[in-house]
Design a protein around this ligand. Structure first.
Ligand SMILES: Cc1cc2nc3c(=O)[nH]c(=O)nc-3n(C[C@H](O)[C@H](O)[C@H](O)COP(=O)(O)O)c2cc1C
Ligand code: SF4
Length: 680
């Protein structure tokens, strides 16, 4: 999967394509995170696939050799990672791995040798660039960092001692493979730790110290809290690491590469011209558009599919799943579904007309891909006066302006496609669809938030919540319908855990209201744990003075009062049901909040009425020339934007399959064993 993903990037014009973190030895085992290993010759063979694929397109292949040390859970290998000093358990995910053993001097040298051996294997696999990974607080950086390193021997204490590990490690790698491969070193210019961090001055000293051993410095910022490096557009704009990059230049004679969600060719050019960097690095921009460099080269700037800075990609990684992208539905599907981001086959049923009802993210993407696949005519209809569906209001939440790129990219592409017509301010009922004259119909009518407080905890309405009343409001009513939030104090009840609840809390607070954020989840904006934004969201809430009540349910609402209860208010131990059917005692201590209004971010329901109404009249389809009716996106089930874009894309890719309702099977990478059959 990774070989194909990277082949496509190489084809798209990137000069060098890197792996993610590749663990160098079993004592650095990061399962269940989806990462590479270069532990043995089998890994060499697997990684060679990627190198060959990248080389076919004349790009360079780079590997990031990682040793997490204090960050390695080692849940599969059950081995103990080594680190400069023994540490308390890694707090991440609450795993009790009691991670590190304080390395003896011999073990320090063994850790360095693991890197060297891995580099030799990587060269064998065909890699051109060896990336020694000390960014994000990984192994070598732990030696430099006073936060991790409390040693008193020659590897701890003074700067000279704390930098010794890096120096010897780089010497070893250079000696082993430096004649054939370039050596890149990834490190944070500033780990941003307020206490015991690696200061910028020390990083610059390290760069000076090791400059002759390195061919390329690969700069980031931040430590284990890597949301600072992976800055989302909610908080940081393009080139948000620029200030840190600029201080490095005068301390090195080697080229600099850096990152900062670079999608604008103008920014890239000015960064290179100013000498800030020599090479533009890109993780997310290359995920959103693997063909970005080629499009620049060909002058097709308006075809660039710009990253929106949402971090849906890394959220999957942080929740142990394969990569996805909000903007690029083909990301991660290159091998398993055979999808190419820029190539589309002519549909074998292209002689058909298609009506797509609903121009939200799924409908837009479906129409775009159907257009690329050469369907005769595609009409994309929406009842609003602009396309975009839910993205229109979501992108107006604080900091989410860049999310409009989901619309902007598709709008431009749809305009270019001669076979697609966008028709606005059109609401079709079932008769109108039947009369429309299209052979294929795709319903993409989206979803909306429950008006009655239905939520994932009780899976029922909450007594007293009724968003037809002035004091109860849904996100869409505020953002789309302009419903005003009465009074000075508002409760935001967030049983969704992502953009709407946190965005509206911030917006209402900035409008001057007192805001109490109530959520059954254990943290503010629960999903932001995965996007890397959580600490920033929590700080933002704190600095804005938004009151937070987690693991709390709203149990009833009356004008002026929101009643809440602690989520786990019952007795700890169950018992056999008593005559009233109770299995636990209730210790409920309801807490009332005086509030003028409540914003209810609960369940979203599909708007699937049109789809079902059409199905109810299936016997008329033949007569009116309808061959099939499909549904995509939130109309099937409300989901993240990345998933509904995928859904629209999937249907369009498979519109000429015998049964496009059902997704084609995809290739799974797994080991197949022969079935054991008894011949006795
Ligand atoms: C899905 C994903 C996985 C990443 N994995 C790694 C990794 O394994 N090693 C690493 O050094 N950085 C990793 N990063 C961080 C990127 O290398 C990069 O520093 C960061 O995304 C900022 O660059 P960008 O603005 O171009 O995305 C990852 C980023 C993403 C989006
Ligand atoms: S998922 Fe979001 S942040 Fe990640 S590459 Fe795609 S658009 Fe960018």
């Amino acid at each position: 999967m990774q070989a194909e993903l990277r082949r496509v990037k190489a084809e798209g014009g990137w000069g060098a394509i890197f792996t993610e973190y590749v663990a160098i030895a079993p004592e650095d085992d990061v399962l269940p995170f989806v990462l590479g290993t270069i532990w043995d010759d089998d890994d060499v063979a697997n990684l060679a696939l990627m190198c060959d694929a990248v080389h076919e397109h004349e790009a360079l292949a780079g590997i990031e050799l990682g040793y997490g040390g204090a960050h390695s859970p080692n849940r599969q290998s059950r081995l103990v990672p080594r680190a400069p000093t023994q540490h308390a358990a890694e707090a991440q995910h609450g795993w009790l791995t009691y991670t590190t053993a304080a390395a003896s001097s011999d073990e320090v040298r063994a850790m360095q040798k693991l890197h060297v051996d891995a580099a030799i294997r990587a060269r064998e696999a065909g890699f051109d660039i060896m990336g020694v990974y000390g960014g994000h607080g990984q192994g070598p950086m732990q030696f430099l960092s006073p936060y991790f390193n409390k040693r008193t021997d020659e590897y701890g204490g003074s700067f000279e001692n704390r930098s010794r590990f890096w120096l010897e490690l780089l010497e070893g790698v250079k000696e082993a493979v430096g004649d054939e491969c370039a050596i890149a070193c990834r490190l944070a210019v500033d780990d941003l730790r307020p206490v015991n961090g690696v200061t910028i001055e020390e990083t610059l000293r390290l760069i000076e110290l090791c400059d002759e051993l390195v061919d390329l410095w690969d700069l980031t910022i931040g430590d284990q809290e890597w949301g600072e490096d992976l800055g989302t557009s909610r908080f940081y704009g393009e080139d948000h690491q620029g200030e840190w990059q600029r201080v490095v230049r005068e301390h090195t004679s080697k080229p600099l590469v850096g990152v900062g969600r670079y999608t604008s060719p103008d920014t890239m050019v000015s960064i290179i011209r100013s000498g800030q960097l020599d090479i533009i690095g890109a993780a997310r921009p290359s995920i959103a558009d693997p063909f970005l460099p080629r499009k620049i080269n060909e002058g097709r700037l308006d075809d660039i599919r710009e990253c929106i800075g949402c971090n849906a990609c890394v959220a999957r990684w942080d929740s142990f799943a394969p990569i996805v992208c909000t903007q690029n539905a083909t990301m991660g599907e290159e091998y398993r579904r055979g999808w190419h981001p820029e190539r589309f086959s002519q549909a074998s049923n292209a002689q058909n007309d298609v009506l797509v009802v609903g121009a939200g993210p799924a409908g837009m993407e479906c129409a775009r891909v159907l257009g690329e696949r050469g369907m005769r005519r595609i009409h994309l209809l929406d009842l609003e006066d602009e396309i975009g569906g839910s993205v229109r209001w979501i992108s107006q939440l604080p900091g989410l302006g860049e999310w409009r790129r989901v619309i902007n990219y598709r709008q431009l592409q749809l305009e270019k496609l001669k076979n697609v017509e966008v028709i606005l301010r059109q609401e079709l009922d079932v008769d109108a669809v039947l009369d429309y004259g299209a052979e294929l119909v795709v319903i993409a009518t989206g979803s909306s938030f429950a008006l009655d407080g239905d939520n994932y905890v009780t899976r029922e309405a909450i007594p007293g919540i009724d968003a037809t009343q002035p004091h109860c409001l849904t996100p869409e009513q505020i953002m789309r319908g302009g419903k005003s939030v009465p009074g000075d104090h508002v409760v935001v009840f967030d049983a969704d855990g992502y953009v709407a609840g946190i965005g509206l809390s911030e917006r209402l607070r900035r409008e001057g209201k007192a805001v109490t954020y109530v959520t059954p989840f254990s943290s503010v904006g629960a999903y932001t744990m995965y996007t890397g934004e959580y600490p920033i969201v929590a700080r933002r809430f704190h600095e804005l003075g938004i009151e937070v009540r987690t693991e709390t349910m709203v149990t009833s609402v009356a004008p002026g009062t929101v009643t809440t209860e602690y989520l786990y208010e019952e007795s700890a131990l169950r018992h056999f049901p008593d005559p009233d059917g109770n299995v636990r005692e209730s210790h409920a201590q309801p807490v009332s909040i005086d509030a003028d209004a409540i914003v209810v971010v609960g369940t979203r329901w599909s708007d699937d009425r049109l789809f079902h109404a059409l199905n109810a009249r299936k016997d008329e389809w033949d007569d009116v020339g309808i061959a099939d009716v499909f549904r995509v996106g939130d109309c099937v089930a409300p989901r993240q934007i990345a998933d509904v874009v995928f859904d629209g894309h999937r249907l369009a890719r498979e519109i000429d399959e015998p049964n496009p309702h059902v997704a084609r099977p995809y290739l799974r990478e797994r080991r197949l064993v022969e079935r054991l059959t008894s011949t006795a």
